[in-house]
Design a binder for this molecule. Structure first.
Ligand SMILES: Cc1cc2nc3c(=O)[nH]c(=O)nc-3n(C[C@H](O)[C@H](O)[C@H](O)COP(=O)(O)OP(=O)(O)OC[C@H]3O[C@@H](n4cnc5c(N)ncnc54)[C@H](O)[C@@H]3O)c2cc1C
Length: 343
């Protein structure tokens, strides 16, 4: 999505302006407001198409997860610099052989005294090329009966010897990275949650990631710019329907936000928010380009009628039903945890 663009300058400006961690405790650099205030602010960030990748990882996803699951000492160390816009996280979950089936991840962490020694290969890591720290899913117990019972989550400074980042360009216009870990020594006090209890940490972290208020803002902006250009009554009706779906997606996101705040099971609601927004992004891009014709595909220069937003949306929306868990995986989560269908 367009919001996935990277900008350290933009992130620092958000921190300096007090827009990071709006609902976090004041003693850790927040403003003590509510998660719904944050969701409303994130929708506006998206509406203005800010480059948000660093924010979405460091604040919306990992920052919120650390506040729920990390030790007080880790929170005190990491949350204040996130809140001031000085610390960007990336998220190292996916591997070449472990995406949807995250439980099969093979990056190994062996305990040696007061450190974990970590080796492995992460892929599709957003913002790793500018991140200060990484939030890493590793295998700490290769002999666990169920693969998900042998996983832990660690955080590490990206300057730690043995971490190598290789960026590559994406269709959406930004960059993704491969991260190679070779005997990386990570202190044991940088464990998030319990040893071998990482699966619970990963699932909770993904719940935060899947509340996509900022993407609702992006889509509302495109609708606002498209509507005055469309006269055909059938097309206008289509746009009204899409606006209604954006409103529904916004409400899914708010419901998930409230469930997360209450500490209630939120996975199904978060997946509904994520899936509805991702599918809508693709439909809006397709319908808008159909309505405007070639002008809808122009990103800049002559003929551009929506500031290049439709074309950018069309490119970036391809990944929207893959990142954060594919559409099929979201449907699975909704079926299992929302509708209680058997596995
Ligand atoms: C823009 C973008 C940014 C990303 N950023 C990050 C990041 O910062 N950190 C990170 O760790 N990862 C990141 N990812 C990776 C993302 O999480 C994975 O791509 C995603 O989980 C899918 O995994 P995979 O690519 O290995 O595909 P696979 O898991 O191999 O899936 C291939 C296809 O099979 C389908 N499939 C798989 N299993 C099932 C099943 N059980 N039932 C039905 N269908 C199934 C999938 O839906 C998909 O269509 C990013 C991806 C993208 C596109």
């Amino acid at each position: 999505m367009p919001s996935d663009g990277d900008s350290r300058v933009g992130y620092e400006a958000m921190g300096a302006g007090g827009w990071i961690g709006v609902h976090w405790p004041e003693r850790l650099g927040g403003r003590d407001l509510t998660p719904l205030h944050t969701a409303a602010a994130e929708e506006r960030f998206g509406y203005h198409w800010l480059p948000l990748s660093g924010y979405l990882l460091s604040v919306k996803t990992i920052g919120n997860a650390l506040l729920r699951l990390a030790s007080p000492a880790l929170q005190e160390r990491l949350i204040p610099p996130i809140a001031t816009g000085q610390l960007i996280f990336c998220q190292g979950f996916s591997e070449p052989g472990a995406g949807s089936d995250l439980a099969s991840l093979t990056t190994r962490a062996e305990r040696q005294g007061n450190t974990f020694v970590v080796s492995g290969h992460k892929i599709w890591t957003s913002s790793a090329q500018l991140a200060d720290w990484i939030y890493l899913a590793v295998r700490t117990d290769p002999d666990a009966k169920r693969p998900q019972d042998g996983i832990s989550v660690l955080v590490a400074d990206m300057r730690t010897p043995g971490i190598d980042v290789q960026p590559f360009a994406t269709l959406g216009g930004g960059q993704l990275c491969e991260v190679f870990l070779d005997d990386v020594e990570i202190p044991v006090d940088q464990l998030v949650g319990e040893l071998h209890g990482g699966w619970r940490v990963l699932m909770a972290t993904l719940d935060y990631e899947r509340v996509t208020s900022e993407k609702v803002g992006i889509l509302l902006r495109v609708l606002d710019e498209l509507e005055p250009l469309v006269e055909n009554p059938a097309d206008r009706l289509t746009l009204l329907r899409l606006r209604g779906e954006a409103e529904a997606s916004r409400l899914h996101g708010r419901r998930a936000t409230q469930l997360l705040e209450a500490g209630a099971p939120a996975s199904a609601a978060a997946s509904m928010a994520k899936l509805s927004c991702a599918v809508l992004a693709q439909r809006l891009a397709d319908e808008g380009i159909r309505m405007l014709g070639p002008a809808g595909l122009t990103e800049r220069g002559h003929g551009d009628r929506v500031h290049g937003r439709l074309a950018a949306l069309a490119r970036a929306a391809v990944g929207a039903t893959i990142s954060g868990g594919s559409a099929e995986i979201q449907r699975r989560v909704i079926a299992r945890r929302g509708l209680e269908c058997p596995a």
